[in-house]
Ligand binder design. Sequence first.
Ligand SMILES: Cc1ncc(C[n+]2csc(CCOP(=O)(O)OP(=O)(O)O)c2C)c(N)n1
Ligand code: SF4
Ligand SMILES: [Mg+2]
Length: 351
Amino acid sequence: MTYLAKPRLHHPSLGCNALGFTRRDYEGKVSTLCAGCGHDSISAAIIQACWELDIAPHRVAKLSGIGCSSKTPDYFLGQSHGFNTVHGRMPSVLTGASLANRDLIYLGVSGDGDSASIGIGQFVHAIRRGVDMVYIVENNGVYGLTKGQFSATADQGSTSKKGARNDDTPLDLVTMALQLGASYVARGFSGDKRQLVPLIKGALSHRGAAFLDVISPCVAFNNHPGSTKSYDYVREHNDAVNQLDVMLPRAEIAVDYDPGEAIEVEQHDGSVLRLRKLDEAYDPRDRIAAMNLIQQRQARGEVVTGLLYVDAGAGDLHGHLGTVEAPLNSLGAAELSPGAATLGKINAGMR
Ligand SMILES: Cc1ncc(C[n+]2csc(CCOP(=O)(O)OP(=O)(O)O)c2C)c(N)n1
Ligand code: SF4
Ligand SMILES: [Mg+2]
């Protein structure tokens, strides 16, 4: 029933952002996912983050693969560019689009099946190349769309709805992203909007490969007592290392943190990430420490969340390749043709 359209009427009391848009202007079609699916909460957090950051919807390109998670770009940012790729192929299409037009903000949305199984090679290379993007995996530990088979992120010893045990070793996409050189790495939980919205805002303000793994329970197939991706399990085992707020260069934001030790990280665009430490010893600028902590806590069955790593000075694929600033479709013959004299020099150099 994806033909369902939301009423365009805006209540006059709805607040506007600096562009004059209400939150409704960032919504998409009515979701057709199961009621209570974590993925819908992530869509709501993306809407909130883009609205709060005053991002014009037409400046966003949202790309996805196949799965319930990959359907979600239809349910947010209805005025943005969108491309739904073949299963697991979102990262390469996003890479190509980003190279062709660096003016847009690239938001890749994927699932644990889409990224950790069929698309694992694509995930690895997009991260390793430092594509300037926000890459969100909506991680429920199962292939929701095809009725709940274990995915590669399902924990060893966790059980399916019918009681079958998963004996395979899980892939941890956060640890992989850290090892592959992602410059902004976070883990969130769809049931914690207060934590998730700032994590997405920080990622949208970041230049380089930003990766977010969001635990997102599948209420139809993976929300039972033997699951480690259920609402109950994640609430009980969630170990948040910090609380983030994003301060834009133009506006002071009131932060409702309790007093405590804080770290401030300034990003390329002048925005400041303010992190209040919940784990006093944790420094999100130390990649190795992040990998160690995740492994230690994982061995204890805990789910570490928060902004796990950030390198605000990291480069991106455009910097590595020295690409032009202008979108390729705006270049004319004068920029594209080197001219007879230059061609002559190149040819002479090869003789
Ligand atoms: C090439 C190909 N192989 C297999 C499928 C079947 N298929 C559709 S979605 C999916 C997995 C989706 O799992 P995930 O990415 O975790 O998304 P979720 O539905 O859990 O959000 C599979 C295997 C397909 N559509 N295309
Ligand atoms: S099957 Fe699972 S992942 Fe898919 S919409 Fe339903 S609850 Fe969400
Ligand atoms: Mg899944």
